[in-house]
Design a protein around this ligand. Structure first.
Ligand SMILES: Nc1ncnc2c1ncn2[C@@H]1O[C@H](COP(=O)(O)OP(=O)(O)O)[C@@H](O)[C@H]1O
Ligand SMILES: [Mg+2]
Length: 247
């Protein structure tokens, strides 16, 4: 379980996170929604130790990670959490298999056969076992995203974060990715945190939804009940009614 308590982060005197409270429960899929620029990426980067919060607490499996040294973080937490960045971030000069192997560098005890087995198995899990020797430039956007997911699961993380996994994909490909996220959660038991604007996708994939607004989580609910909520900010947002001048 990951517990975020009263997390604050400002940039140039602008409070981006202003007391965020959030729990990610073991086994669930939690989606964080909110307008562009509200600090969703800052929030997950703070959990991942990529951004140092100003104050507050992030506990991963009972361990406080705010203030932890990089060495300690790498030794105790890093292995358990993977992220699929929005850009996918594959290296053009390496083929798909080599890109996935990069993620295994932290697993130094593996021999070459074990590495190869994990690469193939990770590709199989995203339905792409035949593209091990293909280069990123030959891949479609949806395939690139699936390779990025294969790379993220190669280390067998307990937690997997996705930063806007369907942004820029058409509705059909978005569906493919959403189904894959759900499948990996169900079959591998990966606890999943998604940042998304894709409300339809959020509804089908998530167990719970949390909305970030003005630096705080203003509302959390079960995804199945998201259309029956009374919170006005949440309702306006999921129905696309949030006018630029209104808030
Ligand atoms: N490293 C940084 N330095 C300065 N400002 C940043 C940095 N990272 C994010 N911000 C600012 O924090 C705000 C929230 O950004 P972000 O978390 O990327 O939003 P979201 O992911 O919700 O679209 C934005 O105003 C952005 O400019
Ligand atoms: Mg973002």
């Amino acid at each position: 379980m990951i517990k975020v308590r009263d997390l604050h982060k400002s940039f140039n005197n602008h409070a981006v996170l202003n007391g965020v409270n959030l729990e990610l429960l073991d086994g669930e899929v939690l989606s964080i929604i909110g307008k562009s620029g509200t600090g969703k990426s800052v929030l997950i980067k703070s959990i991942l130790g990529l951004i140092e919060p100003d104050s507050g607490s992030v506990e991963v499996d009972g361990m406080e990670v705010v203030g932890m040294s990089e060495d300690q973080f790498n030794a105790k937490v890093r292995n358990n959490i993977s992220i699929v960045f929005q850009e996918g971030a594959l290296w053009d000069s390496m083929n798909v298999g080599e890109n996935i192997e990069l993620a295994l560098q932290i697993k130094k005890h593996l021999d070459p056969e074990e590495r190869e087995e994990i690469v193939i198995d990770s590709l199989r899990k995203v339905g792409l076992e035949n593209i091990r020797y293909v280069y990123p430039e030959e891949l479609s956007g949806g395939m690139m995203k699936r390779v990025a997911i294969a790379r993220a699961i190669a280390t067998r993380p307990k937690y997997l974060f996705y930063d806007e996994p369907t942004t820029g994909l058409d509705p059909v490909l978005s569906n493919v990715i959403n189904n894959l996220i759900k499948k990996l959660n169900a079959e591998l038991g990966i606890t999943t945190l998604i940042i998304s604007h894709d409300i339809k996708g959020v509804e089908t994939v998530s167990d719970r939804v949390a909305m970030l607004y003005e630096g705080k989580v203003v509302h959390t609910c079960n995804a199945k009940e998201m259309w029956q909520q009374e919170n006005k900010i949440f309702n306006d947002f999921i129905r696309g009614r949030m006018g630029i001048n209104e808030y």
